[in-house]
Design a protein around this ligand. Structure first.
Ligand code: ADP
Ligand code: MG
Length: 360
């Protein structure tokens, strides 16, 4: 019998998207176990950042066993209660937001020198930052909505911000630069709500974007799987928020029937093609690998604006990413197989690099 590949799935995390991550990871773990090819280790990261081995993927339980990632010749995960080491063949982060999707965890996994699923340090860090992603998109000629950037470390000129917003026109959207799931995001309809929305966003991040807002835009998504040389770009999908004014946390995760998905998106074919091409361009510009989901807003005139990229998008079996590939005939289990194979391939390629300079 061939030995099963040991996959350590990481989920939870020190992030405002902790709960969303556990939900995503439950689907990933179930599918990995069900296919019989993998020996799945469930690693829960709590909100303080501590790691635990679990029997099945869930929030914290009394049976959880503390584990520590260590750099050691015998292995990379030290199981505290038994004193054993285990060495997963692949790490599979199913973490969203800070400390998981933003390059920090990827840096740790690089230091441990283990294969891991998804984007590397640079792409994760750049993709997490909405301003850096916009700059990369603009450099490739991909349009993105104008914005005004504020930093908590620099006192900002409130009048200058008000003038910019008045000139741009309301609504504007105020959002933390490095967050997801709509946490800290406000739609601002007049100057009276502007500063309150900025203060609210500053609770979550030290940098905030005030972005030109679109009134009832179409929200179009495109999923990407692979690497620069061999990139599969999904059809475009559309999400409609049915009850909220925009896609807030409530509409995304709380309100039952709060949104409706359409694949392929009901937009003109040339715009769909343009979004697919732009998604691939942004993926490559940010040096993504493995997977990502690119999100666009389409205005009343049918013009598409790049909004953001998610380097670890929602991965529950009902999330957009799997749905977009299902429409292209790629089953959920096949996506996971592909991601694991890519992780190993990327790590193997890294092993061919010299770490010592030549001696004459
Ligand atoms: N400029 C904008 N115009 C209109 N709606 C927007 C704009 N920016 C954000 N939104 C709405 O807010 C939601 C969350 O914003 P987004 O930038 O995607 O942040 P997150 O990373 O939290 O998903 C979007 O899905 C959309 O509904
Ligand atoms: Mg979004």
């Amino acid at each position: 019998m061939t030995k099963k590949i040991q996959v350590a799935v990481l989920y939870g995390g020190k992030s405002t998207e902790h709960e969303v991550s556990v939900h995503s990871a439950q689907s990933v773990c179930q599918a990995l176990v069900a296919c019989g090819k993998y020996d799945v280790k469930h690693i829960f990261i709590d909100k303080q950042g501590f790691w635990f081995l679990q029997q099945t993927c869930s929030e914290a339980t009394a049976e959880d066993v503390a584990v520590t990632p260590v750099l050691d010749k015998q292995g990379t995960l030290w199981v505290a209660s038994t004193g054993e080491f285990m060495r997963p063949d692949v790490f599979f982060p199913v973490l969203h937001g800070l400390n998981g999707e933003d390059g920090t965890l990827q840096g740790l996994l690089e230091c441990l020198d283990v294969p891991y699923v998804g984007c590397g340090v640079l792409a994760s860090a750049m993709g997490m930052d909405k301003e850096v992603s916009k700059i990369a998109a603009l450099q490739k000629g991909v349009d993105t909505l104008p914005y005004y950037k504020l930093s908590r470390t620099q006192a900002y000129d409130k009048q200058a911000l008000q003038d910019w917003a008045a000139e741009t026109g309301y609504p504007v959207f105020v959002k933390p630069v490095r967050l997801g799931s709509s946490v800290g995001v406000s739609k601002v309809k007049s100057v009276h709500q502007l500063h309150e929305a900025v203060d609210f966003a500053f609770r979550f991040d030290s940098d905030v974007l005030v972005e030109k807002g679109l009134e009832s835009p179409r929200e179009i998504f495109c999923a990407l799987l692979g690497n620069t040389e061999n990139l599969q770009v999904s059809e475009c999908g559309e999400l409609k928020s049915l009850q909220s004014e925009f896609f807030d946390y409530q509409a995304k995760y709380i309100t039952a029937g709060g949104c409706e998905t359409r694949v392929p998106a009901d937009i003109a074919l040339p715009v769909r093609e343009q979004i697919r091409q732009a998604s691939a361009q942004v993926f490559k510009a940010l040096r993504c690998s493995g997977l990502a989901r690119a999100d666009f807003l389409v205005d009343k005139n049918g013009k598409a604006w790049f909004s953001e990229i998610n380097t670890l998008p929602g991965m529950s079996d009902t999330s957009l990413f799997p749905q977009l590939f299902a429409a292209a005939g790629v089953a959920y289990a096949d996506i996971l197989d592909r991601l694991i194979a890519l992780a190993v391939q990327t790590w193997q390629e890294k092993q061919t690099l010299r770490l010592e300079k030549d001696h004459d």
